[in-house]
Ligand binder design. Structure first.
Ligand SMILES: O=C(NCCCc1ccccc1)N[C@H]1CC[C@H](OCc2c(F)cccc2F)CC1
Length: 334
């Protein structure tokens, strides 16, 4: 039907590019019948692409929204610039703001949604561009306030805190980028991250270790991706020269840059006044729902929901996620 998930190359959306603050961004554009009620921008995470929102895009168009879904910096048809700074949450927020303004103008507003790293972006964007966002939602990723002190993740984990982020020590290091190169390894990596298991039912990734590289070649296809969808992801990831994961993994190397850029924001308590929605995934091992336990004091209008899904909630609980987003838009924004 009209709201069935997008397929690779689906003609229900247009595939466009734009020059944004010196980089080429590639994005999907979905236009509703008649005048759009609003424009919504969707920000994906790691290791994903805009296609990760395939279960949401047709539904949001059916609500009368114009839907803009970029491949984020370093991914798919979007540039992967050199250096770490371009991947900071502030720089990526400024890129998304410029892309949004192409559709709503200098004084217009958008609804903004994110998943995973895209969730971290959407919680910062309204702090940098307060007038642009009329409502913000995140799937899986809780809000964390800007910090006044820097603590390296390695030290935090050594204290037994945030041990669910231990895989990030591997991701920010050299080995993942070095070990995952070329079509076959990228296919195994994506199968792994999307929940592929071997014939003994063992996963190739866990949050307290990271990727178990010697398990990759024995993983069976992930039930979360059809073969066609997996090949579309592989094609998008091999569009960048080796090391193909340099751009995506640079997001894990921005902690110090993010801290320095956000320090001025940490001097006053952060309270987001705009309508906000958090949808947590009950079985997300990297971003468990209890990470959101201290969020409420930073929001004036926060709705919290949860779905019975793993980290890949957008596809695993697509209809439920869509219902929560749709109900929240109708209740809090329209
Ligand atoms: O690494 C990520 N995804 C890849 C792993 C996906 C996966 C999980 C489970 C099974 C299979 C695959 N996501 C990042 C997204 C940003 C997060 O950092 C920002 C941040 C904080 F540090 C503290 C509080 C809130 C906050 F947003 C940290 C996780």
């Amino acid at each position: 039907s009209a709201t069935d998930k997008l397929t690779p190359g689906d003609t229900r959306v247009k595939y466009e590019t734009a020059q944004i603050r010196g980089k080429t961004y590639s994005y999907m554009l979905g236009e509703p019948e008649g005048q759009p009620k609003d424009t919504i921008v969707l920000v994906h995470g790691f290791p994903d692409i805009g296609f990760g929102w395939r279960c949401q895009i047709p539904y949001l168009i059916s609500l009368g929204l114009r839907v803009v879904v970029p491949d984020m910096l370093g991914y798919g048809g979007t540039d992967a610039p050199a250096g770490i700074e371009p991947y900071s949450l502030k720089n990526v927020s400024d890129d998304v703001a410029e892309l949004a303004r192409k559709f709503v103008g200098e004084d217009g507003q958008i609804i903004l949604g994110g998943h995973d790293w895209g969730g971290a972006v959407v919680w910062r964007l309204p702090l940098w561009h307060p007038k642009l966002i009329k409502g913000v939602f995140s799937v899986c990723t809780p809000f964390g306030p800007p910090r006044s002190e820097y603590h390296d993740l390695k030290d935090v984990i050594a204290l037994g805190i945030l041990t669910n982020f231990k895989y990030q020590l591997q991701f920010r290091g050299p080995e993942t980028e070095a070990n995952i190169q070329g079509e076959e390894k990228l296919r195994q990596f994506l199968t792994c991250m999307f929940g592929g298991r071997n014939s003994d039912g063992e996963p190739g990734f866990d949050v307290s270790t990271g990727i178990l590289f010697d398990k990759l070649e024995s993983l069976k296809p992930s039930p979360l991706l059809s073969q066609e969808e997996l090949e579309y992801y592989v094609k998008k990831y091999t569009a960048h020269p080796a090391p193909e994961l340099r751009g995506p993994l640079n997001w894990y190397r921005t902690a110090k840059v993010n801290f320095e850029e956000e320090r001025p924001l940490s001097e006053t308590p952060t309270v987001l006044e705009l309508p906000s929605l958090l949808v947590t995934a009950e079985r997300d091992t990297a971003l468990p729902p209890e990470m959101a336990r201290n969020m409420d004091k930073h929001f004036k209008d926060l709705t919290k929901k949860s779905v019975n899904a793993s980290h890949w909630a957008l596809t695993q609980a697509g209809p439920q996620v869509n219902e929560y987003i749709g109900d929240w838009i109708k209740a809090s924004i329209w």
